[in-house]
Design a protein around this ligand. Sequence first.
Ligand SMILES: C[S@@+](CC[C@H](N)C(=O)[O-])C[C@H]1O[C@@H](n2cnc3c(N)ncnc32)[C@H](O)[C@@H]1O
Length: 238
Amino acid sequence: MLVRREARERSESKSNEGDHPLTDPRTRDEATDWFEQLYVSSEARGSRVPWDRGAPHRHLVSWAQENSVTGSGRRAVVVGCGLGDDVEFIAALGFDTIGFDIAPSAIRQAQQRFPQSAVNYVVADLFGLDPTWLGAFDLVVENQTVQALPGDYRIRAISAVSSLVAPSGTLTVLAARIGDAPPAAGPPWPLNHEEIDAFATVDLEPVEIAELSVDGNPRWRAIFFRPAGPASRSDMSI
Ligand SMILES: C[S@@+](CC[C@H](N)C(=O)[O-])C[C@H]1O[C@@H](n2cnc3c(N)ncnc32)[C@H](O)[C@@H]1O
């Protein structure tokens, strides 16, 4: 129990990456609890989790508007969907949508916030994906999950996110970007260009890597497309 308490104290003190419990396999379960614990404690205090915007992310909305994105019943998934604002936005575009998160309290609160929702909310771990989800989604949205993970977890998370994209599917990644200033101690740990590039695979092509900002904070909006066959991004349907 001492180890568990120490791990929690380290996570709550917003420690540096090197001593964050997610970097230590012995305390990974505890580290996974970190998200759940924050949802639970924030709800109990009547406060917000730090990433709660109360609305879909503005860069997701602008991307959808700029590209006239419509779902028409196609399948979408939102990774680490938290309290549900992004996934509700995607469902409202007409996608048959799953939102998943490792934190049961996030999923419960999202369902409570949107009781009439058409979204299929699921408690699930990005590191243990349902095999039927692999290559199954016409739209995959990842917003700020990878940046909440340290060290070796990041590249595994990036690979897992990319694995969800179906042929002719699109991946939209939103994340904090490492700017000119040295990054603050995480979490979050902003993504660098190499990490954004790593979402691409041999058959998942970058379409747009945009360097944007929110309230002066550097952000990425990166779009990737998986061709249906040996074709090019001219096939892109979103
Ligand atoms: C920084 S929050 C962002 C939440 C949401 N995407 C948003 O933008 O409001 C990161 C989210 O990822 C979830 N998460 C972390 N690790 C995960 C994993 N391995 N599988 C699924 N979700 C995970 C956390 O519970 C949390 O809700």
